[in-house]
Design a protein around this ligand. Structure first.
Ligand code: PEP
Ligand code: MN
Length: 368
């Protein structure tokens, strides 16, 4: 992102009284009653400034609840009139933008499934031209910072400068306790690249379950994120979308009351410590790779030697000896047994492979 992007500070478009911005409300608008009941309760929570609700829901399969659509706009008007809360909705098409502007929606957001598609983002950006409604941009489903930045730039290039990013976690193939892995390094890198861009964390979509939401919310504040977007429903178990990751307004209030907002000076100290540790990791990784490369070079020499002296590649006794010795050394250093076994097996496999390449003469053979 070019550093000359001038994002209007959050404070200028929403007064959070120096506290994190909190956006809360149901995943989807389901009925007028559900929306109003939830909003009335949420309006009693002083930390919440914005009421969120999805009207057009991007669903994985057809036939699932796709949101209340246009009729929800009228319900939202009532919410605003009755509670005074600001309103935020998701837009995925230019028509949604038109509807949002027509119905005095205060903030619109681009969802994770929209942000993966630059064509869709561009169409929305075109529809935004000439307006300066605040736009918040969720991260794309896949961990691709450039794609996230690209969407923000498209919105900015349409003349919008009240922009925030929303960190809602990333799709991850490995087993994880989260629905979407937080991968904090990505929003932290975004903060480094665009320091004036506010970032709001969405613990509901990161966690996918109620239990982890408080920990992720606290972490977000400790990483100096500027706000939280949390899904809240009068009766979460009966919610038509994302039931397991919504909190009742009462649970939401408890969570917000228990969050610790730490002093910036402590955070700055934390950041520099964090940076210091990351630099150390980079250095150690470099050394680790160099050591591995050196080790394999020696393996090649041994392979050559074995070949010239007609010795077999696999020397079982030697390998068993190495395993015992390295396992003992490693566990003594505090490394886990399973980790050591996997690591040593991987190194051994590569060593055997390289030596067998030397034996059959494929190693260092120049590509024709
Ligand atoms: C939502 O906020 O309800 C939503 C659909 O989120 P995301 O785009 O992050 O999946
Ligand atoms: Mn949702």
């Amino acid at each position: 992102m070019s550093t000359d992007i001038e994002i209007t500070p959050l404070l200028n478009w929403i007064n959070t009284h120096g506290k994190p911005l909190v956006i809360a409300g149901p995943c989807s608008a389901e009925s007028e009653e559900q929306l109003l009941q939830t909003a009335r309760e949420i309006a009693k929570i002083p930390q919440v400034q914005v009421f969120r609700s999805g009207l057009w829901k991007p669903r994985t399969r057809p036939g699932e609840f796709e949101g209340a659509g246009n009729k929800g706009l009228k319900w939202l008007r009532k919410v605003k009139k009755e509670t005074g809360l600001k309103l935020a909705i998701e837009v995925a098409k230019p028509e949604h933008v038109e509807k949002a502007l027509e119905h005095q929606i205060d903030i619109i957001w681009l969802g994770a499934r929209t942000v993966v598609n630059p064509f869709s983002v561009q169409e929305i950006a075109e529809a935004l031209k000439g307006n300066n409604i605040p736009v918040i941009v969720k991260n794309p489903i896949n961990p691709d910072l450039k794609l996230w930045i690209g969407a923000i730039e498209r919105v900015y290039d349409a003349g919008i400068n009240k922009i925030a990013a929303v960190h809602r976690g990333f799709h991850y193939f490995e087993k994880s306790p989260f629905r979407n892995a937080p991968m904090w390094e990505i929003p932290i890198e975004l903060k480094r690249i665009a320091p004036s861009l506010p970032i709001i964390t969405d613990p509901s979509h990161i966690c996918g379950n109620r239990e982890l939401i408080p920990t992720i919310s606290q972490k977000a504040l400790d990483f100096e994120m500027d706000g939280l977007m949390i899904e809240s429903h009068m009766n979460p178990d009966l919610a038509l979308t994302d039931a397991s990751q919504q909190l009742t307004p009462v649970a939401l209030k408890t969570l917000l009351d228990n969050l610790v907002i730490r002093e910036k000076s402590i955070d700055t100290e934390f950041y520099s410590k964090f940076e210091e540790l990351r630099t150390e990791i980079d250095k150690l990784d470099g050394e680790l790779l160099q050591i591995l490369a050196n080790r394999l070079k020696i393996i090649d020499e041994i392979g050559q030697f074995k070949k010239e002296n007609h010795i077999t590649i696999l020397q079982m006794k030697r390998w068993v000896g190495i395993l015992e010795d390295r396992m003992a050394q490693g566990t003594h250093l505090g490394l886990k047994k399973e980790f050591l076994q996997d690591l040593l097996a991987l190194i051994h496999e590569e060593s055997i492979q390289r030596q067998s390449d030397i034996f059959i003469g494929t190693k260092n053979r120049k590509k024709s």
